[in-house]
Design a protein around this ligand. Structure first.
Ligand SMILES: [Fe+2]
Ligand SMILES: [Fe+2]
Length: 224
């Protein structure tokens, strides 16, 4: 089986698995495109590792959303599901281990740091998709899904006290808003990125996002 056929098979499997709106196949393709862009600015990137990693990185996202214990980590479970798929597609052990490392370390909260160039590129690309125009669209898709308001009327510290539990998880997702997500999470993203090109893109995307939310505030307050 050639590489293109393998990628097509992976896409078919991932499409079936991903149903929720903000982590659907479009997110996977955007991440994949960003990976290819950033890879052009880095040396010795193995696309045979990077592309399947990007395609499979959120394969367990739906399982994590369904999990009521809050303990299921889609990065860890995803790496196990990916291993099965890759074995069936006859990937070599050495590639499978590298792909699993990328998937396990793509997540903020896991605590495992990406230590290969492919893992760093996937981490950066996945985080970049949360900011900029795509990030705004995704955060409002989620807001619609969970019937959130555009902004909350109370001070941020009050909100964080009553609506977060351990690991930064939310008690009540319907009380969350896109603006809070921007203030608490998205603003920090560019500082957490590894590659030079991603940092550059991140800075520019955040500037765009900031001007959008500033404008939104003015419109809500009836100033513009
Ligand atoms: Fe993820
Ligand atoms: Fe993702």
């Amino acid at each position: 089986m050639n590489i293109d056929t393998k990628h097509k098979k992976i896409i078919e499997i991932v499409q079936e698995k991903l149903a929720c709106s903000a982590h659907n196949l479009d997110h996977v393709f955007r991440v994949c495109n960003l990976c290819l862009l950033i890879a052009k600015y880095e040396k010795d990137v193995d696309l045979e590792v990077l592309i399947p990693s990007a395609l499979l990185h959120d394969i367990a996202r739906v399982e994590e959303s369904k999990d009521k214990t809050g303990k299921l980590d889609h990065a860890i479970l995803g790496s196990e599901i990916a291993e099965d798929i890759l074995r069936r597609l006859q990937y070599k052990d050495e590639k499978i281990e590298k792909i699993k490392h990328c998937i396990i370390t793509h997540r903020f909260r896991t605590g495992n740091e990406p230590n290969t160039i492919e893992a760093k590129i996937l981490f950066d690309s996945d985080k970049l998709d949360a900011i900029g125009a795509s990030g705004i669209a995704r955060t409002f898709m989620l807001a619609g899904q969970f019937r959130q308001r555009l902004i909350a009327n109370e001070p941020l510290n009050n909100y964080l006290e009553f609506n977060t539990v351990e690991n930064g998880r939310l008690k009540d997702v319907s009380k969350h808003t896109p603006f809070i997500e921007y203030e608490v999470k998205f603003k920090k993203i560019p500082d957490k990125l590894y590659t030079k090109k991603a940092k550059e893109i991140g800075k520019e995307r955040l500037e765009f996002m900031e001007s959008y939310f500033n404008r939104l505030m003015l419109e809500i307050d009836g100033i513009k």
